[in-house]
Design a protein around this ligand. Structure first.
Ligand code: FAD
Length: 397
């Protein structure tokens, strides 16, 4: 049976879903994207790392779909000749007080089947990254770097080649159900009808869920991630990827060094409350977004519990000096003149009304509508596996 399926959002998740749909069945697929290009938001503003599954609680969706997605992504890039470099990653304990957390990461990584994982002493660590200092490290040699914008464009091309429709500049403003159909209203006044709708709207996920009649919670709270970049004469200080041992209280991995597939080494991202869901420049403020976040009880609870760390992050870690100070705890040779500002990204992080950050991927289903409600990192890594899961669970009738 031929189904009409709409996909909202041409980020890496929406495009991976659309690609899976056009491949598997003779379904009629339409992707609706409000921007004039694909991958303009999280997908085009991230660290470009293909994670191997070190961090995630064993048994979680993140753990399973990250491992599956990373393997599928490596195959995909190999088949299509898309740049993919397994430059490897070190997670470095900088002091003995971080060793318990490193032990826990090692336990998780082994349970998740991270390929080639090794525990390293300082001398072994320096064979891999000669400029790094620390008391112990985990090495994940298969962790890789890619350009997710290029990968999303390849998925988009496959959708078009298979006669899927990709409508850019199509902003969804209404979703309603009439009999067996899902009706979708666009900002220009047009209404489209589908048998199924899959919403992959990233930073707007909660708003689209509300349009579809689902609860507005969990709400999306946008966390800005700022980067600096090593000046080219200092890029030799970093060969691959160097990460700290993350603080388990936060879903973010901590400011790290990332070699970019197109050249250069970035330092970041930090994690501070964004002044708008799509406010990429520091001076941009979306007052409505900000008020919505500040009024949300979940955010207020989160802020109450973490205000000290939050204030420190907000005021302490934005400046070049603060970035360099943090980075020097790994690479003591760095000085302020070694870095320059680089473009920021904004993460969509779902937050429950009780102030708990939603840790795992979250996909809800509601009368013909699938809602991707939380797809933070490593969702770019996992996108092909997330898509396979969503499409595999679609009921034809
Ligand atoms: C700073 C940063 C670093 C990261 N690093 C990594 C990493 O190294 N590795 C990794 O695996 N992951 C990483 N991530 C996470 C990863 O980028 C995201 O998980 C992934 O891109 C999510 O894809 P998405 O398609 O859900 O969202 P998006 O890419 O944000 O796409 C959502 C799309 O929906 C569209 N949309 C929204 N509302 C509407 C509407 N009303 N009508 C039509 N279209 C709409 C948007 O315009 C957008 O194009 C990082 C994220 C950030 C921000």
């Amino acid at each position: 049976m031929s189904l009409r399926i709409g996909v909202v959002g041409a980020g890496i998740i929406g495009l991976a879903v659309a690609r899976e749909l056009v491949q598997r069945q003779s379904w009629v697929v339409t992707v609706l994207e409000k921007e004039r290009e694909v991958a303009l938001h999280q997908t085009g503003h991230n660290s470009g790392v293909v994670h191997m599954g070190v961090y995630y609680p064993p048994g979680s969706l993140k753990a399973r779909l990250c491992r599956e997605g990373a393997e599928r992504l490596a195959d995909y890039c190999a088949q299509r000749n898309i740049a993919f470099e397994a430059c490897g990653k070190l997670i470095v304990a900088r002091g003995r007080e971080e060793l318990d957390r490193l032990d826990e990461l090692e336990r998780r990584a082994r349970a998740n089947g991270v390929p080639g994982l090794r525990r390293l002493a300082p001398a072994q660590m320096r064979e891999i990254e000669p400029h790094v200092r620390g008391v112990a490290a985990l090495h994940s040699p298969k962790t890789a770097i890619v350009d997710y914008r290029a990968i999303a464009s390849a998925y988009a091309q496959e959708v078009r080649d298979a006669r899927g429709e990709l409508r850019l500049g199509a902003r969804v403003v209404a979703i309603s159900r009439q009999a067996a159909e899902v009706r979708v209203g666009l900002s220009g006044g047009e209404t489209l009808a589908f048998d199924r709708l899959i919403v992959c709207a990233g930073l707007q996920a909660d708003r689209l869920a509300r349009l579809a009649g689902a609860p507005a919670q969990p709400r999306i709270v946008p966390f800005r991630g700022e980067y600096y970049r090593l000046v080219s004469s200092r890029e030799h200080l970093v060969r691959g990827l160097i990460y700290p041992v993350p603080d388990p209280a936060y879903p973010f991995l901590g400011v790290h060094f990332t070699r970019r597939i197109g050249g250069g080494v970035d330092i970041g991202p930090n994690a501070i409350l964004a002044t708008g869901r799509e406010a990429y420049r520091r001076r941009d403020i979306a007052v409505g977004d900000l008020i919505e976040t500040l009024r949300y009880p979940g955010f207020r609870t989160l802020a109450r519990h973490h205000w000290r760390a939050g204030v420190a992050e907000l005021w302490g870690s934005r400046s070049r000096r603060a970035f360099v100070a943090r980075s020097r705890s790994f690479i003591p040779e760095l000085v302020a003149a070694d870095v320059e500002p680089a473009p920021a990204g904004i993460r969509a992080q779902a937050l429950d009304p009780d102030g708990a950050l939603v840790d795992d991927f979250r996909i809800d289903r509601l009368d013909g509508v699938v809602l991707v409600r939380n797809a933070p990192s490593p969702a770019a890594t996992a996108a092909l596996a997330i898509a396979e899961q969503i499409v595999g669970e679609l009921r034809p009738a």
